[in-house]
Design a binder for this molecule. Structure first.
Ligand code: FES
Ligand code: FES
Length: 172
């Protein structure tokens, strides 16, 4: 006996996004990226390739980077998610990565930026004192068509310095 699509294709999930809990009724085929953008209104997460290559859709799921275009919303049930909208501090102060990107002109169109920022949040937590080749390797999963990466690399290195010495100004 086959089940009707109506009976099988929806699920209620609960996700905590940027510290706020959401209970959402979703189609089981809905990606996490579309759930964030269209159901929760968090359009800072961008979709480029939609098949796991460009990195634009990267978010943090339970503290680890994930391609939200490759993950179903139902797979995130119960998870803590951070998007680019949530990386600033609660009082609205930019994350050191955001400040450094601003000061080093590390973006042009900005399409790649949310995914790069979330990826670099995880990278700098795991490697707080990277050298340039390590930063370039860490960026290799994120495609930027505009900048040539030089400003991004300098911004990540500068953000690492700021995170290690929070009271120090930019060394650029
Ligand atoms: S949109 Fe997800 S990796 Fe490109
Ligand atoms: S700033 Fe345009 S794709 Fe990176």
């Amino acid at each position: 006996m086959s089940m009707t699509p109506e009976a099988t294709d929806r699920r209620s999930i609960s996700v905590t996004v940027n510290g706020q809990r959401h209970d959402v009724d979703v189609e089981t085929r809905l990606t996490l990226a579309d759930c964030l953008r269209h159901r929760l209104g968090l359009t800072g997460t961008h979709l480029g390739c939609e098949h796991g290559v460009c990195g634009a859709c990267t978010v943090l799921v339970n503290g680890n980077t994930a391609r939200s275009c490759l993950m179903l919303a139902v797979q995130a049930d119960g998870a803590e998610i951070a998007t680019v909208e949530g990386i600033a501090s609660e009082n609205g102060e930019w994350h050191p990565l955001q400040k450094a990107f601003h000061e080093h002109h590390a973006l042009q169109c900005g399409f790649c930026t949310a995914g790069i920022l979330t990826s670099m949040v995880e990278f700098l937590q795991e490697n707080p004192d990277p050298d340039e080749p390590e930063v370039r390797e860490a960026l290799s999963g994120n495609i930027c068509r505009c900048t040539g990466y030089q400003g991004i690399v300098q911004a990540v290195l500068d953000a690492a310095r700021r995170l290690r010495s929070p009271n120090q100004e930019s060394s650029s």
